[in-house]
Design a protein around this ligand. Structure first.
Ligand code: 2YH
Length: 272
């Protein structure tokens, strides 16, 4: 699992307005609209102005990532929520959040990033939410995924969340993971739910057969230039982005990638 770096997130808050302009041009939807759709919420009733959300710094493991809580709180504020970062970290931060009237908590360590609704007891995981949010956006970019072959690279929490929603939306899921047992487990899970799905063992071959790709892997340059054409559409929740820099520039209108925005927004709409 990739640990975000300060550099990945330092420009998130200042860039939110421009981010939304680009997201709308790619998907026809704002960040808020994508998150609300992914959570199957009504956009207006879910905006919950005044809902207090605490973002708690967590020092365990490799510790605080500079700018992480600021970026998370900034995204939540941008969506219209009343987000605050606790002065205290860890358990003291939880106590401070509750005393401060928070109804929802956001916190991440090196392995897990969750949103927790104190009223309902609901917990939403960043991986699953990110997968759902990206596929909601990809569905918009592709004008629907029904009967479309979609290659999911990476069968971790994000890839699993993505594959489940692609299948529900009628897409034909193929899964590649460097660990074939992970791809098999995901494909078996989908088949048990009556969804067609396929394991891919040769990434180069799989890429040559797909125009719609979900890069949910933490590997750099996982999609070589020869597989990115004028018709390729890539949703890339994985950090770092698996597309070489020149192709990123050339095909930016058909590549969706961010370090936190869609994941955090979708977590929030799922948890409230
Ligand atoms: O970046 C991460 C992990 N890779 C978990 C992501 C799950 N999709 N965690 C962020 C750690 C933040 C840190 N503890 C802080 O600043 O509070």
């Amino acid at each position: 699992m990739t640990r975000l770096k300060e550099d990945d997130i330092s420009k998130v808050v200042a860039g939110l307005t421009q981010y939304d302009v680009e997201l709308i041009s790619k998907t026809g939807c704002s960040l808020k609209a994508i998150a609300a759709r992914a959570a199957q919420r009504d956009l207006d009733s879910s905006s919950a102005p005044g809902l207090k959300i605490a973002v708690i710094p967590v020092t365990s493991g490799q510790g605080i990532i500079g700018g992480f809580t600021t970026a998370v709180a900034g995204i939540l504020d941008y969506l219209g929520f009343d987000a605050f970062i606790t002065q205290n970290s860890d358990v003291a931060g939880i106590a401070e959040a509750i005393h401060g009237g928070a109804e929802v908590l956001f916190a991440a360590d090196d392995h897990k990033f969750i949103a927790f609704n104190l009223k309902t007891g609901m917990i939403v995981d960043n991986g699953a939410a990110t997968g759902r949010g990206y596929i909601t956006a990809l569905n918009q970019m592709c004008c629907g995924l029904t009967e479309k072959p979609v290659l999911v690279i990476g069968a971790g929490p994000v890839g699993r969340g993505a594959a489940g929603l692609i299948a529900k939306l009628g897409g034909l899921v193929s899964v590649y993971d460097i660990d074939v047992t992970a791809s098999r487990a995901l494909v078996d899970e989908l088949r048990k739910q009556g969804q067609p799905a396929k394991v891919e063992t040769d990434l180069d071959y799989a890429l040559s057969r797909h125009q719609v790709i979900v890069d949910a892997s933490p590997a750099e340059d996982v999609i070589p230039p020869r597989h990115i054409t004028e018709r390729t559409i890539i949703a890339a929740p994985g950090v770092p982005l698996g597309v070489p820099p020149e192709q990123r520039r050339k095909h930016s209108a058909r590549i969706l990638h961010d370090p936190l925005q869609i994941g955090v927004a979708t977590m929030c709409f799922l948890v409230i």
